[in-house]
Design a protein around this ligand. Structure first.
Ligand SMILES: *[C@@H]1O[C@H](CO)[C@@H](O)[C@H](O)[C@H]1NC(C)=O
Ligand SMILES: *[C@@H]1O[C@H](CO)[C@@H](O)[C@H](O)[C@H]1NC(C)=O
Ligand SMILES: *[C@@H]1O[C@H](CO)[C@@H](O)[C@H](O)[C@H]1NC(C)=O
Ligand SMILES: *[C@@H]1O[C@H](CO)[C@@H](O)[C@H](O)[C@H]1NC(C)=O
Length: 235
């Protein structure tokens, strides 16, 4: 082998080592200290309940449409079915990352306010993506989202929400959500998993009947418990 090539190979090896080192530094918050996701009305997931995981983008119309039937199904099953929502801010929905970050900020301030804010984004999402925001600066979008989130969560939280957008930790949490979705192979929203397995037909809005069809047999296998008990666990 000519010395010239040997040098090139050595250089290449050094470069790859450097890239590996750089990548490790850049990703040092993986794995995160806490699992990704927002539990719905639950403080901790019960291992014996059926777990639905929903990957949502707060600014995705299909995510919005799929939420009411899923919510109805969750209310029907009580503590027998748990939900964890993971955020996947999609690059082709403008401001999805900022909206997702607002959810992480609010979740850090008051866990119970996370879902009300998610529902607020679903109801008002047209204001935040694509044409209506084309001429707006990122700073003005953040300002608008801070103002709206404050209205949902309560005036007393205005400063904390505003500061949240300056806090690297909330940026990292939102990146973790994105990376988590990517690591599960999720590339669109909504995507659902039931007990860890991808729900076939994801992408279309799964209606209430469809959820009952999926969950009834699973709940049935565990034996039906009385509703009073389920209410007690359901907060
Ligand atoms: C947390 O959020 C919930 C739901 O929006 C609200 O009812 C509750 O008062 C909030 N708690 C605090 C301490 O702000
Ligand atoms: C954005 O700005 C351009 C140029 O000033 C204008 O023609 C367009 O109507 C504006 N779009 C919106 C959605 O405001
Ligand atoms: C956020 O950081 C920017 C730049 O560092 C600063 O100008 C701004 O005042 C900060 N905002 C808040 C709410 O702390
Ligand atoms: C619910 O979804 C299923 C499967 O996609 C469909 O066959 C059914 O017609 C839908 N039901 C309603 C009430 O929309």
């Amino acid at each position: 082998m000519a010395p010239k090539y040997t040098i090139s190979i050595v250089m290449l090896l050094l470069l790859s080592q450097f890239l590996i080192l750089f990548k490790t530094v850049a990703a040092d918050y993986i794995p995160p200290a806490k699992s990704d996701g927002f539990g719905y009305k639950i403080r901790s997931i019960k291992l014996d309940s059926i777990l639905v995981e929903a990957f949502y983008d707060p600014l995705c119309p299909d995510s919005r449409d799929s939420w009411p039937p899923l919510k109805n199904a969750l209310h029907h099953y009580g503590h027998r079915v748990s939900l964890v929502v993971h955020l996947l801010p999609l690059p082709y929905h403008d401001n999805a990352f900022v909206a997702s970050r607002a959810l992480h900020i609010v979740n850090g301030l008051n866990t119970s306010a996370t879902y009300p804010l998610l529902e607020w984004f679903f109801e008002n999402q047209e204001k935040f993506y694509n044409v209506p925001t084309r001429n707006l600066s990122r700073a003005s979008i953040v300002k608008k989202i801070v103002k709206s989130a404050t209205e949902v969560v309560g005036e007393s939280h205005y400063k904390s929400i505003k500061n949240g957008f300056n806090d690297t930790d909330t940026d990292i949490l939102t990146r973790i959500s994105f990376k988590y979705a990517a690591s599960r192979g999720v590339y669109g929203t909504p995507t659902f998993f039931v007990n860890g397995f991808l729900l076939p037909d994801s992408g279309d809005s799964v209606n209430y009947t469809a959820w009952r069809k999926v969950l009834d047999p699973l709940v049935g296998k565990k034996g039906v418990k009385n509703e009073e008990e389920s209410l007690r666990f359901f907060l």
